[in-house]
Design a binder for this molecule. Structure first.
Ligand code: ZN
Length: 657
């Protein structure tokens, strides 16, 4: 274990105890071997003056919703110690009453609700208390001999607490256990199957003890299996269509579109190649609160038995619920949150990229910890019923009722071509704003500016068939599938009457404006087939129904594209894939229309630029964003029963109407 304490940084904080608490909490949060994504909690007890001038002792404890790695002063809930100690002395206390009383006992009602471990922090007679779910502690204690091992490692330097559900009952148990306890020589407390507490009179003492104690568990682990290293491997039969099918089935079970993040790294593949992976991966999570993110067990499948595998998982989940549920409980969705893809790696699921990645990080830790635990003599986590109590405890059920509705395209995956600027960029933005994960494709290198977790830009020449297939595959590999194709890439070839039309002009327009779209759809269909309300949307042109002289190569390609949409709509309707086209006109906020070109065009008609821009029946200006919003609407449920449609976005044109 690395001790990250920096004496200069710490001493710069002076005697501000809360600042010191923030500092060492962040040190803990930076180490994924200790805590992950909101796991763990810390506190400090500070005596301060109340609003009325009296002295009172306040427990500043991590607020719920905050992450140790990024916590700030306002992330701590200030709760009066007097209230917490009164609560600790009660015989029983419901979760709801505990939260109400903790909130009522805060000196600042605007602060976040304190951690459910607040009472436990309060009863420990130390200024600083740190709590983590360190991997090494979990690998050591998730075993029948867990307690004996802890004694072997630490002797009497730590208190040992059996597994008890976190919250009041655990706090109450510890409160009783430590009555009359002489804390001389005691540095911490190990919670079997759960994690570890360290404490001290200074921030550094408590932090140093945490690092040292966890380090000793690591040493024990490494001595116990000195020859062990994580197995690595290469994915054996990574079939991206199977990945898309998996995501589809999981989304159906979850009753919402889910992002699927594949981890086919050497470590993930090595894990999925273990002959015993089906057994060790399905015994349970490494620490109880992971069950809220990962469910109790993953789905385990291989290519040959994917059909029906998610249904079978859902059946087992229902059975688990029925075995332990009381009548007042509401069953959660029955979809897995992660999967072991035998021979290939692991996959994590979430309603957006962020939540799938949080699960992915927990899965990585889980893989490592259970392999250590197994190597150390056998991995045996908590019982089903103990985990059920965490998954279904009151406060989590209450959160369900308050969860915000997802955005219309949350969990969807969209591929947009010609997305560096203009209409394509507006489509990408509208889909992203509606919640979709997006991949933008363009010849223009500016597309590579999109490099977030849920927005990817790829340079691609769509007249290159291999490159096109590569981009489609990359989309599926990154987000697990494809639901929305916006086929927009195009060029406006120079106008010329047919008599003077150069063959290259015609060929180029056909290649970019028509053939590349056929090829792209060809590569997308196998994935769209497994999409969630899958759809392909094309960007046509007013030209199709109201052509002008001198634009044969452009108009004919767009007319061909329209016919492609009609044929594809017929072919794909039985599979539930909708295919539609929008016909925009006079969208001038694109790179094509420079001020000079606009001025020249207006002059030709003898009108001002402003009049020229609104040359339609409604006398309204059409912007890229108008087309983007139409495309986002067509990708969503409003157009859910529409296919083969041609929708103008042109302010009304008497030749089209
Ligand atoms: Zn904990």
């Amino acid at each position: 274990m690395k001790n990250r304490w920096n004496a200069a940084e710490a001493s710069a904080l002076g005697d501000d105890l809360l600042a010191q608490r923030v500092y060492s909490s962040q040190l803990l949060g930076q180490d994924p071997e200790l805590v992950l994504h909101g796991g763990g909690n810390t506190s400090v007890k500070i005596t301060e003056q109340s609003f009325f001038g009296d002295e009172e002792e306040i427990l500043y404890v991590k607020g719920s919703g905050w992450d140790l790695g990024t916590i700030a002063k306002e992330g701590f809930a200030p709760i009066r110690m007097e209230v917490l100690m009164q609560l600790a002395a009660l015989e029983s206390l419901s979760d709801a009453d505990m939260v109400t009383q903790m909130r009522a006992g805060m000196t600042n009602p605007a602060a976040p609700t304190g951690s459910i471990e607040a009472i436990l922090h309060a009863v420990l007679p130390f200024t600083f208390v740190d709590h983590t779910h360190a991997n090494a502690i979990l690998a050591v204690t998730n075993h029948d001999r867990g307690e004996a091992r802890v004694k072997e490692i630490y002797g009497s330097r730590v208190l040992i607490v059996p597994y008890i559900m976190p919250g009041f009952v655990l706090a109450r148990h510890v409160f009783e256990q430590i009555q009359g306890q002489d804390f001389f020589g005691i540095e911490g407390m190990v919670l079997l199957n759960h994690g570890i507490f360290s404490f001290g009179q200074t921030a550094q003492e408590s932090y140093d003890r945490m690092i040292a104690l966890v380090g000793e568990a690591e040493d024990f682990m490494k001595q116990g299996c000195s020859a062990f290293s994580f197995p690595t491997g290469e994915p054996k039969d990574l079939d991206l269509v199977k990945l898309a099918q998996l995501r589809h089935d999981v989304s159906e079970a979850a009753e919402q579109a889910m992002i699927a993040r594949l981890d086919a790294s050497a470590e993930a593949a090595g894990f999925a190649l273990r002959p015993d992976v089906g057994d060790i991966a399905q015994r349970g999570p490494v620490t109880p609160d992971h069950v809220l993110r990962t469910k109790r067990v993953p789905l385990v499948f291989e290519n040959g038995d994917l059909d029906g595998a998610v249904d079978a998982y859902a059946g087992h989940y229902q059975n688990y619920f029925q075995r332990f549920a009381t009548p007042d409980l509401q069953m959660l969705d029955q979809a897995p949150r992660w999967a072991v893809w035998l021979g290939n790696g692991t996959v994590s699921f979430g309603r957006n990229v962020r939540s799938a990645d949080v699960v992915g990080d927990i899965v990585k830790t889980t893989r490592e910890t259970i392999q250590w635990g197994e190597e150390l003599g056998g991995w045996s986590p908590l019982t089903e019923s103990a985990l059920f109590d965490i998954e279904y405890w009151d406060l989590e059920q209450a959160k369900l009722k308050k969860a915000p509705a997802p955005r219309p395209l949350e969990g969807k995956v969209a591929l947009i071509t010609g997305a560096a600027a203009g209409i394509g960029r507006a489509c990408l933005q509208a889909l992203y704003d509606a919640g979709a994960a997006v991949v933008g494709v363009d010849l223009n290198p500016e597309i590579e500016e999109l490099q977030d977790d849920d927005r990817l830009g790829v340079i691609c020449n769509l007249t290159d068939d291999d490159a096109t297939r590569g981009v489609v595959d990359e989309t599926v590999k990154r987000f697990g599938g494809l639901d929305i194709l916006v086929s927009n890439a195009g060029i406006f070839t120079a106008g010329a009457h047919v008599e003077k039309l150069e063959p290259e002009n015609w060929d180029k327009s056909m290649a970019v404006n028509l053939t590349s779209h056929v090829r792209l759809l060809h590569h997308c269909v196998p994935y769209l087939r497994h999409g969630i309300d899958p759809t392909a949307i094309y960007i046509g042109s007013r030209n199709v129904h109201a052509p002008g002289a001198g634009a044969a190569s452009y108009s004919c390609a767009k007319a061909g594209l329209t016919q492609l949409v009609r044929v594809a709509a017929l072919e794909l309707a039985p599979e539930g894939i909708r295919v539609n086209i929008v016909h925009p006109d006079a969208v001038f906020d694109t790179k094509l229309w420079t001020p000079e070109v606009l001025a020249r065009s207006a002059e030709r008609y003898g009108i001002t630029v402003e009049e020229y821009k609104k040359r339609n029946l409604m006398k309204t200006e059409i912007k890229s964003a108008d087309v983007g919003n139409m495309v986002a609407a067509m990708a969503g449920p409003i157009f859910g029963k529409t296919t083969g449609a041609q929708v103008p976005v042109d302010g009304g044109n008497d030749r089209v109407i």
